[in-house]
Design a protein around this ligand. Structure first.
Ligand SMILES: NC(=O)c1ccc[n+]([C@@H]2O[C@H](COP(=O)([O-])OP(=O)(O)OC[C@H]3O[C@@H](n4cnc5c(N)ncnc54)[C@H](O)[C@@H]3O)[C@@H](O)[C@H]2O)c1
Length: 307
């Protein structure tokens, strides 16, 4: 049995990755500070260490394990929140990565996968973004994630094979419906279910690339399996441009009641529009998204409606 460290397994993506590894018969350990995650969401069988990934006294407890791989997924995932407290953002998203890379060195774990983000790119012209485009993050969140990517690149020179997955807008069952400041689809759906009214911060013609959680989990597993040398980085997205207004309409059409919509204000540091070029990830990781937005949204709406 192999032992994996999956940070953030009380959260949306970490729980899904941990569940997949448990289902495959592995042992999974997680660190989570429950800042946005829930202890109940940690999949059964996962060994849980409560605490901050940026706290050495927490990380130190893991030095006794020999990890097959480390998936660093814990983090605060909102550009907006990074403006409230940029220092906390740096600690939670960048310092944590450094400490975990040091743990990897200490425990001789040579396989490290990181949950990075499309926010490392900043505003780009209206065409699919390739991985090697210039990086100009607009939020402290994007800066912290980019710093982490560079830590991975540097540590790869010391024997830690590492991969950053630049996740675009991930959605699906299990996404946090209580946090109205992170996750575009979950914010809209949560408002619709609670108030039958959606307030969209920003215009309807902004656009994103929405990728379903099951496809993202497959991407993490493929990255782990092919993480044999050096440092690599990939977009994890569908390559499909979808306007925000269109997502709102699709959510509405999946609900059995009427929902009103209001467009007002804006979110600090928000990218106007972004979608990915996914040729590199298709070719080098042999990964391809399989869930269409309509099908994914329908699964998510049914899951959360039933809660
Ligand atoms: N969901 C997306 O669309 C998306 C897009 C790009 C990148 N990401 C990245 O993926 C990761 C997971 O996102 P998610 O959507 O599952 O968010 P989430 O909030 O559901 O999960 C994050 C988990 O990490 C925990 N956590 C946060 N900071 C921590 C810390 N310093 N130490 C220990 N635990 C901590 C939280 O309690 C939570 O359980 C994040 O790093 C995020 O930046 C997510």
């Amino acid at each position: 049995m192999k032992i994996f460290l999956v940070t953030g397994a009380a959260g949306f993506i970490g729980a899904a990755v941990a569940r997949k590894l448990i289902d495959e018969g592995h042992k999974v350990i997680t660190i989570d500070n429950l800042s946005t995650g829930y202890q109940d969401a940690i999949p059964e069988g996962v060994e849980f260490f409560k605490g901050d990934c940026q706290d050495y006294s927490v990380i130190k407890q893991l030095e006794k394990f020999t990890f097959e791989a480390i998936f660093h997924i814990a983090g605060q995932s909102s550009g907006e929140i990074s403006f409230d407290d940029p220092v906390y953002d740096l600690q939670t998203n960048a310092q944590s990565t450094l400490l975990l890379l040091k743990l990897a060195i200490k425990t001789k774990c040579t396989n490290f996968i990181y949950a990075s983000t499309m926010s490392v790119y900043g505003d780009k012209p209206d065409r699919p973004v390739k991985e090697d485009t210039e990086l100009n993050p607009k939020s402290f969140y994007g800066v912290g994630k980019l710093a982490s990517e560079h830590y991975l690149r540097i540590y790869s020179e010391y024997g830690i094979h590492s991969t950053s997955l630049r996740l675009f807008n991930v959605y699906g069952p299990g996404q946090n419906m209580d946090n109205l400041r992170q996750g575009m689809v979950s914010i809209f759906l949560a408002q619709a279910l609670k108030n039958k009214h959606i307030v969209v911060k920003g215009s309807a013609d902004r656009y994103r690339d929405f990728v379903f959680i099951d496809d993202v989990v497959k991407g993490f597993i493929k990255a782990y399996n092919s993480n044999k040398h050096g440092y690599k980085y990939f977009n994890l997205a569908t390559g499909i441009k979808t306007e925000v207004g269109e997502v709102v309409e699709k959510i509405k059409s999946n609900l059995p009641f009427d929902v009103t919509v209001e467009f007002s204000g804006a979110t600090q540091g928000d990218q106007f529009g972004i979608y990915a070029d996914i040729l590199k990830v298709k070719k080098e990781l042999d990964w391809e998204p399989s869930v269409k937005l309509n099908d994914g949204l329908s699964k998510m709406v049914h899951f959360h409606q039933g809660l």
